[in-house]
Design a protein around this ligand. Structure first.
Ligand SMILES: [Zn+2]
Length: 479
C-alpha cells in the first residue's frame, strides 16, 4: 500500500529523465511508473507537474560544529562553526538530504596531536554531536592526522567494518601525514575496502611561499593563490596518485582547485585508476581576482581560488568527467570571524554553502545547457553516493532506494539575498547571485521536511548512515 505518489514530474532516474510517477511506501521508493498507473486511492498525492524530481542532494564535505582556530578568528577562542541544527536546516532548504562530515581531529592547530581515544570512540563521540540535532541523514569521513601510529592503523579495519568507509588525510597544514605514513595508511585502507579522501597540497611549496611572501612584506590574503598554488596541487596530486596506484587504493580528491589537478585526475582515470575529483561550487564562480574586491576574502576556501582558466577547467571537468562531485567544504561562521584575518596565514577557511550548492550548480551548468539533468543528479548526489559507499540506498530515484527526493522548479528566477537562506550567519558570498532553478520541496526517507518555504521536518529526523564502498568503485572509475 503506497503512502505517497509524486505525480507528473520529470523524474531523473538512473536510466534517464522522463515524466513518471514515483510511488513511496514508508521510507522507501517502491515504484517509478508510467504516469497514472499507480493505485492512488487514499494516497497522498504530490503534484510535480512542471517540476524536476531529483535524488536528494548529498553534500560530501562539511565541517559542522568544530572549533575555529584562534588565528583564523582574530584571536578569539571558543568560536565554533555552526551547529548541526542550523547546518542541516539550511541543507534541507537547499535540497540536501545527506551530508558527510568528519570525525577525528582537524589538524589546524600548531603542535596538534592526534587524539588519544581509539577511532571507534571518536566516531561515537562525533555521532552524539549529530544524533537528535540533524534534520537530514549524516555520516563521517575519519581524519587521520600527523604521523599515524601503528596502533591507530590497526584500528582502521574495525572502523571500516562498522560502516565508516572513508578516511581523510591532509598533505599540508600542521598535522600533515608524512609520505611514509600515507603509504602505510593507504595499504591498510585498501586492504579493508575503504577509500581515501585526500586534501593534497605540496607542503614544501606552501611553506616556502608563505615564508617568502612574509619576508617580502607581500603577505596580504589576496596572495593566497601564490601560496596554495597550481604547482603545489600538480605535484601533490601526482604523488598521491602514484602512492595509490602502487597500493591499489581508491582516491577521492577533495576540493580540486587547479587545471593541473583536473588534468592529473583525468590522466589517472584514463589509466583506469579509481580516482575521483570533487569541485567546490564557489570555485565554479569566483577566482583569485575576487580576493582584491572589498570583503573579497569572504569567497576564500582552502587551498585557494585560482585563475579564470582553472575555474573553467573545473566547470568543464564537471561537464565531461574527471570531476565527479560538487561539495562546499561547509564552514559557517559570522562575517566578523570570516573577515578577521587578512594575511596568508590568518584568512579563515570555508564559508556557508550547503544551501546554495544545488541551485548554483543548476544555474551554472543546467540552465546554460552545458549538462543534462542526469549529469546534474550525478554530480550533486549519485556520484557521491557511489564513491563514498551509499549507493543505491542514497543517490538514486529507483525502487528500493530511500525516498530522499528534491523537487526543483526550473522556472524560478531569483536573485539570492540573505533572507532566502537559513544558516546561522550574517553574510553570503552568493548574495546577488541570480539563480535559474530552485528547490521547492525536500523529502527525507518519505517525510516532507521542507515545502513551499516552510520547515516541516524535525531535528531528530536525521540518522547516522553506515556506508560500504562497492568493490567496483575501488577497481576502476565507476562514477
Ligand atoms: Zn574541508
Amino acid at each position: 500500500m503506497l503512502d505517497v505518489i509524486i505525480k507528473g514530474g520529470t523524474v531523473v532516474a538512473p536510466e534517464g529523465a522522463s515524466v513518471m510517477d514515483v510511488g513511496i511506501e514508508g521510507e522507501k521508493i517502491v515504484a517509478v511508473a508510467t504516469p497514472g498507473t499507480l493505485e492512488a486511492s487514499g494516497v497522498r498525492s504530490i503534484d510535480a507537474t512542471g517540476k524536476i524530481v531529483l535524488p536528494g542532494g548529498i553534500e560530501p564535505h562539511t565541517h559542522i560544529n568544530v572549533p575555529v582556530p584562534d588565528y583564523w578568528a582574530g584571536g578569539k577562542s571558543e568560536v565554533f562553526t555552526q551547529p548541526p541544527e542550523s547546518a542541516s536546516r539550511a541543507a534541507a532548504f537547499g535540497g540536501v538530504t545527506t551530508y558527510v562530515d568528519f570525525a577525528g581531529n582537524l589538524p589546524l592547530n600548531p603542535g596538534a596531536v592526534p587524539p588519544a581515544d581509539p577511532i571507534m570512540a571518536q566516531i561515537e563521540k562525533r555521532r552524539q554531536t549529530f544524533t537528535g540535532h540533524s534534520y537530514i541523514d549524516f555520516t563521517f569521513h575519519y581524519i587521520l592526522a600527523g604521523a599515524v601510529s601503528p596502533q591507530t592503523i590497526g584500528e582502521i579495519g574495525e572502523a571500516i567494518q562498522s560502516g565508516l568507509a572513508s578516511f581523510k588525510v591532509f598533505t599540508t597544514f600542521f598535522a600533515k601525514v608524512p609520505t611514509g605514513h600515507l603509504w602505510a595508511v593507504f595499504q591498510e585502507v585498501a586492504k579493508h575496502g575503504g577509500i581515501m579522501a585526500v586534501h593534497a597540497e605540496e607542503d614544501d611549496i606552501v611553506t616556502y611561499m608563505e615564508d617568502k611572501l612574509v619576508s617580502e612584506g607581500n603577505d596580504h590574503g589576496s596572495n593566497l593563490h601564490l601560496v596554495h598554488n597550481n604547482l603545489s596541487e600538480d605535484i601533490a596530486f601526482r604523488k598521491v596518485i602514484r602512492l595509490a596506484e602502487s597500493t591499489e587504493t581508491g582516491i577521492y580528491f577533495v576540493h580540486t582547485t587547479a587545471k593541473e589537478g583536473v588534468a592529473a585526475v583525468a590522466e589517472a582515470r584514463a589509466k583506469l585508476l579509481p580516482v575521483y575529483g570533487e569541485a567546490l561550487h564557489n570555485y565554479l564562480e569566483f577566482t583569485c581576482e575576487d580576493y582584491k574586491k572589498p570583503d573579497g576574502l569572504a569567497v576564500h576556501t582552502y587551498p585557494a581560488l585560482k585563475f579564470p582558466e582553472d575555474r573553467d577547467a573545473l566547470q568543464q571537468g564537471l561537464v565531461d568527467g574527471p570531476m565527479c562531485t560538487t561539495a562546499t567544504d561547509e564552514w559557517t561562521t559570522y562575517k566578523d570571524v570570516k573577515l578577521s584575518g587578512d594575511t596568508i596565514k590568518t584568512v579563515c577557511g570555508g564559508h556557508n554553502g550547503i544551501e546554495t550548492r544545488m541551485p548554483v550548480t543548476f544555474t551554472k551548468l543546467v540552465s546554460t545547457g552545458r549538462i543534462s539533468l542526469n549529469r546534474f543528479a550525478d554530480i550533486t548526489s549519485g556520484n557521491a553516493a557511489k564513491i563514498l559507499g551509499m549507493y543505491p540506498q542514497k543517490g538514486a530515484i529507483a525502487a528500493g532506494s530511500d525516498a530522499d527526493i528534491v523537487l526543483f522548479d526550473p522556472d524560478i528566477k531569483k536573485k539570492l539575498t540573505l533572507d532566502d537562506l537559513h544558516v546561522d550567519s550574517d553574510y553570503s558570498i552568493w548574495e546577488g547571485f541570480e539563480c535559474h532553478g530552485y528547490p521547492v520541496m525536500t523529502m527525507l526517507r518519505g517525510k516532507v521536511i521542507v515545502e513551499d518555504g516552510k520547515l516541516l521536518g524535525s531535528s531528530s529526523d536525521g540518522r547516522w548512515l553506515p556506508r560500504r564502498v562497492a568493490p567496483g568503485v575501488l577497481a576502476q572509475p565507476a562514477a
